[in-house]
Design a protein around this ligand. Structure first.
Ligand code: NAD
Length: 356
């Protein structure tokens, strides 16, 4: 039995998490699995109920789970709160509490959506890679840091253990995919990057069956839009990953399609990349596919059931191929459907594909 902590959060987070749960329940039926869900508050709704966007109870609920499924947090109502009480503060605290040092974002195009990307079709076909971004260290956390009237400064620092653990994760993930890691740094200019590169190569000695190459970050940015097919697993630091994962996101074309996973040694959290979309919240308009696809990642990474992850992906692709679209991805000839309808269609396809 798998225990799942459900943190729907605010706005469309609630709607898309509901879709995600329905998909998990369908998988449970098909594969004879048992899931126990525990739902907790996070973000603005938690502030309203308890005066804080993240309670110890919610963190505890995550500690007791095999995986955390998060929706999104935030909304107009809470915008003027002090920084530490804002819904978004909960995300940073939660990631830290769970030790989620690796963020994974896939860059994959569903064939039926190939025209909605800003890149050319022949550049995009068969692109399928993931960006592994170090999430809890590097320049975003390094000390000393400061700002005064004469200068501003930050510290980009990586410790040996921090690079070792994410490099190991990258090589292990590559083994489940196409066996290739591209480590991205700026070793020609930054000592911290030379250190990163040295350690990645050291760790590689344990994973010699996986191909490894290095790229400077400026070249990597160019290559992602020039020839994205060359990549399988991109491994990089917090700052570079922040930028490269957004460039890679443009491959899929839409925010409503982007899933993510955040992994640590003990815990894992799955969430769509998008926010709570207060402009469409509560209207049954949100695209649930990013949340559903995040659940696919959960099966692949946390439960080691890549077959289920692939099945969920295939069901999404079939639904899009049949022409169904939520408002954010609609184009000429597409059939506009609601959040609930899209979810139902994906589940029907999931069952059909499974039976075949
Ligand atoms: P957003 O991602 O919520 O929305 C940006 C635009 O994309 C909006 O027009 C929205 O309607 C649309 N959109 C987003 N997801 C969609 C989906 N699944 N289906 C259809 N359309 C979708 O970003 P924002 O407007 O900058 O932020 C809104 C709130 O969400 C803010 O409070 C922000 O801080 C928060 N936020 C939270 C997270 C998170 O929880 N991880 C991430 C980003 C932003």
């Amino acid at each position: 039995m798998f225990k799942i902590a459900l943190l729907p959060g605010d706005g469309i987070g609630v709607e898309v998490t509901n879709s995600a749960v329905q998909v998990i329940k369908s998988v449970a039926e098909l594969f004879n699995l048992e899931f126990q869900f525990k739902e907790c508050l996070i973000g603005g709704c938690s502030y309203d109920a308890f005066g804080t966007p993240l309670t110890d109870e919610t963190i505890q609920c995550c500690y007791e789970s095999d995986a955390v499924v998060l929706g999104a947090v935030g909304g107009y109502k809470w915008e003027s709160l002090p920084q530490n009480l804002k819904p978004e503060a909960a995300l940073l605290k939660l990631r830290k509490s769970l030790g989620l040092y690796t963020n994974i974002r896939p860059a994959k195009i569903y064939k039926p959506l190939i025209d909605s990307s800003s890149l050319k079709k022949d550049v995009l076909s068969n692109v399928d890679f993931v960006v592994l971004r170090e999430l809890t260290s590097g320049i975003y956390f390094g000390e000393p840091r400061g700002l005064n009237t004469e200068h501003g400064f930050n510290t980009m620092i990586y410790h040996r253990d921090e690079v070792i653990r994410i490099a190991k994760q990258a090589f292990k993930i590559a083994r489940e995919r196409n066996n290739k890691v591209t480590s991205v740094d700026k070793a020609n200019v930054l000592e911290v990057s030379q250190f990163w590169r040295n350690i990645v190569h050291e760790v590689h000695q344990e994973f010699k069956d996986v191909a490894l190459n290095d790229l400077y970050v400026d070249n990597a940015a160019m290559q992602i839009v020039h020839n994205p097919k060359q990549f399988d697993v991109i491994l990089t630091s917090n700052l570079f990953g922040d930028i490269l994962s957004d460039i890679a996101a443009m491959i899929t074309g839409s925010l409503g399609m982007l899933p993510s996973a955040s992994l640590g040694d003990k815990y894992a959290l799955y969430e769509p990349v998008h926010g709570s979309a207060p402009d469409i919240a509560g209207q049954n308009k949100a695209n649930p596919l990013a949340a559903i696809s995040s659940v696919g990642m959960m099966f692949s990474y946390s439960f080691k059931m890549k077959n289920v992850g692939d099945l969920i992906d295939a069901a999404i692709e079939k639904t899009l191929d049949d022409g169904y679209r939520t408002a954010d991805i609609i184009s000429d000839g597409g059939m506009l459907v609601s959040t609930n309808k899209m979810t139902e269609l994906v589940i029907n396809n999931l069952k059909d594909i499974y039976k075949k």
